[in-house]
Design a protein around this ligand. Structure first.
Ligand code: PLP
Length: 462
């Protein structure tokens, strides 16, 4: 079932050397890092799949833009270039640059949420959940049940469960729901896309109950590509047309530009037309991010972001991008390795529960597989499961995640087919000795977003 690799629509002009340590050296390094992959030095990593966030390779046009960045404190030309580009793509009246996605969340969410309120999402990303909780509100996930079955192949596994959404609104009272967040693609469910139909229907429910709809837009271009590939009626639409329609259904968006906008740092906040809301957000932006025309970024960042917005929507690029991930998925299919299928937009989410069935959720199978991938081939990945989910904020007890994934997030325009084959070969090798892989326990953890900082040790005490 192997899929042909879609050749890169670019050639390489600058190289960054990487080195591979011996297995012995890697075992030592990961132990010193308290079995937390975020603690590793990147120079000790051979293939870095920790995240696709900010790890993108910029184009020659973007680097040229870096030189042209206007570093004025106020009213720089790079700001206006970004504004014009973003307004053209999203058709929103108000666009605010911020330094990354969570900054947009920090500026927006406390205005919509607070004590006693709820945010409902097809799935909250970890920082999104954190900002909902920091405001005093609670985050409720409402993804379609198919998302919980990695082996079940449906085209839009990231969708909102519309029936459940209405039930939740009725249960808590619409006045208690401060915002509904549509995450496209649905990162925590495996980079799974959301259909146009589902975005539209969610917006109808929001209108019915008078609740604002916010798009968490980190991977909106990949979502648009999947809609074009998989949803009836969109085959002949351009990616730009699809994007415009997706955003037309929402009232606002928060965006990490470190993903589909192919830069290393940046974010956007968009407000369709609510001037009163935008006035409040402007004041908050100045306090947290800096003056409005730079929003926590350098002029050069604004310039490369404006260029990246367009490059991220290029269809040849998107075909290669998604094709690279589908090629890896095809190799795993041949080897009988389960992952969140069909493959999503930005990586492969290996079903660690299936590969390591002897490790219970409270011994973190996703994390165990991530550590093993590093030991095996110097590949750095991360857990998207109970280890990342953390504890119940009310009871302090370990929550059981719907999935136990190990995420291989693929940076954009960075790795080649040979690197992808190394990933597949490493997973196949681990599958063959899966019984020998043990679970982990946490020896120290901070209160919030613990997976970034926690210390762990193997249960078997090795
Ligand atoms: C990355 C991401 C964020 C947070 O963005 P940062 O730029 O990392 O702060 C929010 N939501 C989703 C879906 C993301 O993937």
């Amino acid at each position: 079932m192997s899929k042909k690799y879609v050749a890169e629509p670019f050639r390489i002009k600058m190289v960054e050397p990487i080195k591979m340590l011996t297995r012995e050296e890697r075992e030592k390094k990961i132990k010193e890092a308290d079995y937390n992959l975020f603690n590793l030095k990147s120079e000790d990593v051979y293939i870095d799949l920790l995240t696709d966030s900010g790890t993108n390779a910029m184009s020659q046009e973007q680097w040229a833009g870096v030189m042209k960045g206007d570093e004025a404190y106020a009213g720089g030309s790079s700001y206006f270039k970004l504004l014009d580009t973003a307004k053209e793509i999203f058709d929103y009246k108000y666009i605010q640059p911020v330094h990354q996605g969570r900054a947009a969340e920090k500026v927006l969410f406390p205005v919509l949420l607070g004590e006693g309120k709820y945010s409902i999402s097809n799935m909250h990303f970890d920082t999104t959940r954190a900002h909902v909780e920091l405001s005093g509100a609670r985050a409720i996930d409402c993804v379609v049940p198919e998302a919980g079955d990695p082996a079940k192949r449906v085209p839009f596994k990231g969708n909102m469960d519309l029936e459940k959404l209405e039930k939740l609104i009725e249960k808590h009272g619409s006045e208690k729901i401060g915002v509904i967040v549509m995450t496209i693609t649905n990162n925590s469910a495996g980079g799974q896309p959301v259909s146009m139909q589902n975005i539209k229907k969610t917006a109808e429910i929001c209108n019915k109950y008078d609740i604002p709809l916010n798009i968490d837009a980190a991977r909106y271009a990949e979502n648009a590509y999947f809609i074009k590939q998989r949803e009836k009626g969109f085959e002949d639409k351009s990616i730009k047309e699809i994007v415009k329609e997706m955003f037309s259904y929402a009232d606002s968006f928060t965006m990490s530009a470190k993903k589909d906008t192919i830069v290393n740092m940046g974010g956007l906040l968009g407000i369709k037309n609510n001037e009163e809301l935008f006035q409040k957000l402007k004041a908050r932006t100045i306090s947290y991010e800096g003056f409005l025309t730079y929003g926590g970024l350098s002029g050069r960042d604004l310039e490369s972001l404006a260029i990246g917005l367009r490059e991220g929507l290029n269809e040849d690029y998107l075909e290669y991008r998604i094709g690279q991930i589908q090629y890896l998925a095809g190799r795993l299919d041949e080897a009988g390795i389960t992952y969140q299928a069909p493959a999503g937009g930005h990586g492969i989410f290996v079903d660690a529960k299936d590969m390591l069935p002897h490790i219970p959720y409270y011994e973190y199978p996703g994390q165990a597989l991530a550590v093993e991938l590093y030991k095996e081939a110097g590949i750095r990945t991360c857990d998207i499961g109970s280890y990342m989910l953390g504890n119940d904020p009310d009871t302090g007890e370990q929550l059981e995640a719907d999935f136990e994934f190990t995420r291989l997030a693929i940076p954009r325009r960075v790795y080649t087919q040979a690197h992808i084959d190394i990933m597949a070969d490493a997973l196949i090798a681990i599958k063959e000795k899966a019984q020998k892989v043990g679970g982990y326990e946490i020896t120290w953890e901070p209160e919030i977003l613990r997976h970034f900082q926690a210390s762990l040790k193997p249960i078997d005490g090795e």
